[in-house]
Design a protein around this ligand. Structure first.
Ligand code: MSP
Length: 654
């Protein structure tokens, strides 16, 4: 790998359901990191994807009526890709664990580990959590026998399984941590791994399942499927070209940083390095464990009904607002709570007041005082020098923060300049300077303001790309910013024409927006439920086609048009009507269950179709001499069949 090349990854996501804001956190962070390093001149390869095997997905697919789990998974994967697109996420590889090349790799890896004795066959008995697809020990599940990860009840399960000799790698892992102090970041997570999992020994790991079949088959024993972790973790290799593009693999591997949520650190810092050691492959340089985005201090989950989806937020406030909030509000390594109030307040204070306002007042003043042309700065006083000095130090600070993935700190540094520039406006009072006959002072102030904003746009470019470009557009700068220009003062050409456009971040009413956010989130959930229902219905209608009949069979039906002359309640049945229907040549009696749908007034006088030659049937003492034709949509909605033109009673359906 050349010096300036990086390979970064997010986990591959379970396509169980639509992704929520928490899921977007890591992807937004890694994408921003990629954009920043690219801006610095690195060649960055970024991988994400979906983790598509396992019992939960098999069960979910079956519960939704799909024989082939992929039919259930494909639309969710498509929605995931669409979400990344709408968030302007620039990944280089999207790996699906069901990709044939990946499945081939998993089998080859498994075979190699088995052949060399790192995998062996045995029996496993333990407490199993189906939703988490994890076995736990007695101590881990505690007296209540609850899964330590999700808190749901676990069941004892025994099965024949293949084990990976994880125990063999304990010493080497500890040594690796020692020799590579930045392998696990933040450092506190390394202590967690050692204290919770390595200190008291390490057990071999069950790596196959025979209780379900949706997975990569063990090549020499196909009743077993490879359990999630060898399968999922190896995606990082497949995405890098392992097994099919050696040149790319050599260029990318080892990965620079795997970014993962804190609950999957164990898999990435113990199991994954041990597998790689066994395979004789280099270990990733680093695994970074980020915190969780909580919602009102609780973990987001469907059962708690506190899931917030990113789509309505992006549509209403823009991609940059969501990115800014997630990366600025929370410290990347720690948990943080998403609250609607904090979100709107941040937008108002940082984006609307500090930044948006600075842009709009600078451009307005240039329009007003210097005919829309950026003037020339002549003489610099102390305040001007201070602004310039602050502006030119920010990039170094941001670079430093980004070495530690400190997105929040990087934003804080950029905002130091934004706030300093706002203060500069207050200190220099351009509206007073504008009244001077000598324009030297106002010209200098306005030039410095636009120059400071140019540097701000340079600094923001990899973080809030859209916003950066909007600022540049207003400043009349149509070229893409270059990072090194953030350390140069006086680059803007005097005489550049500014273009006042709409406010980049309007101020929002906290209360109104907080309510609107809930409404829009709920509307999305409802719309998705409706869509699912209508899809289910389509599938149902398509699936339950009755056996074919011939024209002769059809000939047997005698269907005629009639008019309801009289409708009365059935004397012996609460839910039934007794109708007298005029079929033209005679009146007949029909008992019907349409009472819940139509009133007597609605029935009487109604034209409808009757199956006339149906064998009479006695309903609670009254013979029904035919049947009305109605359609039901499977959703409980019912309607009587009718015609688009007036027909006389007795007209036959041919
Ligand atoms: N499929 C495994 C990962 C395999 S990687 C080889 C998995 N998938 S997941 O969909 O459950 O989670 C994917 C990532 O999303 C994890 O890093 C997880 O921590 C992260 N998040 C899920 N909910 C989250 C929040 N509420 N906040 C932040 N990240 C969260 O685990």
């Amino acid at each position: 790998m050349t010096k300036k090349s990086l390979y970064v990854t997010t986990p591959i996501y379970y396509p169980n359901d639509f992704l929520h804001i928490g899921h977007t956190y890591c992807t937004i962070a890694v994408d921003t990191y990629k954009k920043f390093k690219t801006y610095q001149g690195y060649d960055v390869f970024f991988t994400t994807g979906t983790d598509e095997h396992g019992q939960k997905l098999e069960d979910n697919a079956a519960a939704n009526g799909y024989d082939n789990p992929l039919d259930y998974i494909d639309p969710i994967v498509a929605s995931t890709k669409k979400l990344w697109e709408s968030l302007d996420i620039h990944y280089d590889a999207f790996i699906r664990s069901t990709d044939p090349q990946h499945e081939k790799n998993v089998q080859a890896i498994f075979q190699k580990l088995y052949d060399q004795g790192d995998i062996y066959k045995g029996d496993y008995e333990g407490y199993y959590c189906t939703p988490c697809e994890s076995f736990w020990t007695e101590t881990q599940v505690g007296e209540d026998h609850l899964c330590p990860d999700c808190g749901r009840p676990v069941q004892i399960q025994k099965e024949e399984t293949y084990f990976f000799r994880l125990s063999k790698y304990r010493e080497r892992l500890l040594q690796h941590y020692k020799d590579n102090p930045s392998f696990i970041m933040p450092k506190s997570r390394e202590h967690e791994m050692i204290n919770n999992f390595l200190k008291d020994g390490l057990e071999d790991l069950s790596v196959t399942r025979s209780s379900f079949s949706w997975g990569v088959k063990v090549p020499f024993d196909p009743k077993h499927v490879v359990y999630v972790w060898i399968d999922a973790l190896s995606c990082y290799l497949t995405a890098a070209g392992y097994g099919y593009d050696q040149e790319r693999f050599e260029r990318l591997w080892p990965a620079s940083t795997h970014f993962v949520g804190k609950e999957i650190m164990r898999f990435h810092t113990i199991i994954w390095p041990a597998i790689l050691m066994a395979l004789g492959l280099e270990l990733p340089k680093q695994v970074f464990g980020h915190g969780w985005v909580l919602f009102d201090n609780e973990k987001m989950s469907k059962s708690k009904k506190n899931i917030f989806y990113p789509e309505p937020i992006i549509q209403t406030y823009g991609v940059d607002a969501l990115k800014y909030f997630l990366l600025r509000e929370f410290s990347f390594g720690q948990d943080g709570s998403f609250t609607r109030e904090k979100f709107i307040n941040r937008l108002n204070s940082d984006l609307a007041n500090d930044l948006g306002n600075l842009v709009s007042r600078t451009v307005s003043m240039i329009e007003k005082y210097t005919d829309g042309l950026i003037p020339e700065a002549r003489t610099y006083n102390e305040v001007d020098e201070d602004l310039k000095a602050v502006a030119l130090t920010i990039l170094d600070k941001v670079n430093e923060k980004m070495e530690d993935y400190d997105f929040s700190g990087a934003f804080e540094d950029i905002w130091t300049l934004i706030r300093r520039t706002n203060k500069y406006v207050d200190e220099t009072e351009p509206w007073i300077a504008a009244k001077d006959e000598d324009k030297t002072r106002i010209n200098t102030i306005l030039y410095n303001l636009s120059e400071s904003l140019r540097i701000i746009s340079n600094l923001l470019y990899p973080f809030l790309t859209e916003t950066s470009l909007k600022i540049r557009h207003q400043l009349g700068l149509e070229d893409l910013p270059k990072i090194e220009d953030a350390k140069v003062w006086a680059m803007t050409k005097p005489g550049t024409r500014v273009k006042k456009s709409e406010i980049i971040f309007p101020r929002l009413d906290v209360k109104v927006e907080m309510e609107a956010m809930v409404d829009k989130n709920e509307a999305l959930i409802k719309a998705r439920e409706e869509e699912k229902k209508s899809q289910d219905l389509k599938d149902q209608i398509a699936d339950d086609k009755k056996p074919e009949i011939t024209l002769d069979d059809l000939e047997k039906l005698d269907i005629r048009m009639g008019t309801v002359k009289k409708c009365i309640d059935h004397p012996n049945a609460d839910r039934l009507y007794v109708l007298t229907v005029d079929l033209g040549h005679k009146d007949i009696t029909i008992v019907t269950n349409l009472k819940s749908k139509y009133s007597i007034e609605e029935m009487e006088g109604r034209k409808l179709f009757v199956l006339y030659n149906l064998k009479p049937h006695n309903f609670r003492g009254i013979d029904s001499e035919g049947m009305l034709l109605a359609a039901e949509d499977g959703d409980g909605k019912l309607a009587l069949l009718t015609v688009d033109e007036e027909l006389r009673n007795g007209a036959k359906v041919e």
